[in-house]
Design a protein around this ligand. Sequence first.
Ligand code: BEZ
Ligand code: FE
Length: 291
Amino acid sequence: MRNVTIDNVTDIVLASMGRHGEQTPRQQEVMASLVKHLHAFCKDVKLQHSEFLYACDYLGRAGALCSDKRQEFILLGDILGVEVLVDMLTRPVRDGESESTVLGPFYRENPPVLPNGASCVLKDFEGQETVLVEGVIRDTDGNPIEGVLVDIWEDAPNGLYENHDPEQPDYNLRGRYMTDAEGRYAFRALRPAPYPIPEDETAGELIHAMGHHPMRPGHIHFLLEKEGFGTLVSQVFDSESDYIDNDSVFAVKESLIARFEKAAPEHGTDLHVTFDFVLAPAAAAETLAAE
Ligand code: BEZ
Ligand code: FE
């Protein structure tokens, strides 16, 4: 202990843990792995003290940005591909259920409750393309599920979510729908545009340090909830969108890509998308969380 060296410091820190208080088995596992990986990282890059101080200042600045409008650490996790990784570890796909992907920072609770088929468009944009999005939500045995709450949200053709754009009405392009007895949901919206994630402040610093770009492909967010089933947080991606193969937050999955087809006259929109979901029983999701 009195002779700490580069070679023994990791073992000394590991040996100190759990001696002066109770740790849960999970804390033991997580803290030991964190120390090992953090030390290995510092050794790998020969981290210098000025860089350590820069990292401390950076994290302090990121923390100071957090408010009920911006969670900077989630954004940093997205940029590093950590949120999508954690989502896949938390919720591995089972029994044909639909894939999830990241929630992102733009979800708002209590969107307007709208009847199936209604439009969530509260403002028109020049050059916009209207779209009817519809599909069926089934259980893993293929039975339609009635009464699934379907929250959707998306950006406008200018690339902004309504709560980040003073020119858009409150709750524009957000809605909550419910599946009917055949498990069907339907809503009218606008073709989502590619947009940059916030790239000012510490998020931008990280993107630039990675030599990456901030753009996301056009997508519509979904949050599906029904008692007895695992909640599904997902996104449906426009197959023709720019950045579909190079998402800044790595959230695209092949199974979540949909074609925005030219609509038939009876649809009453420019485009038409069909996208079905499968929900797994809650029990499966709960078992996983407890494992
Ligand atoms: C989004 O899709 O809204 C989003 C996801 C991760 C980071 C930023 C935005
Ligand atoms: Fe988004």
